[in-house]
Write a new protein. Structure first.
Length: 85
């Protein structure tokens, strides 16, 4: 984990770089978060890779990759991703 803010109550076992984690988030071993913002109570399970994402509070993420190098991806509480310029 480097150049990131992890709020009290959050747990990081995976990789987190250049990101902001709000309270009660978790990043499991085998997950990666890069240049992203996680709002309250987001659980990032193993097999999830986030790049330049803003993730809504309580989002339910399924294994897979979200985000790109050139756009911000918004992820709602149901885990639906929308790319934005």
């Amino acid at each position: 984990m480097d150049r990131s803010y992890v709020a009290p109550g959050s747990v990081v076992s995976g990789k987190v770089h250049d990101s902001f984690l709000s309270p009660l988030c978790s990043v499991e071993e085998g997950a990666a978060v890069q240049e992203s913002i996680l709002l309250d109570n987001v659980q990032v399970p193993a097999g999830v890779h986030l790049r330049r994402c803003i993730v809504e509070s309580g989002a339910q993420l399924k294994p897979g990759s979200y985000g790109t190098d050139d756009l911000v991806t918004l992820i709602d509480a149901d885990g639906n991703a929308t790319k934005d310029a």
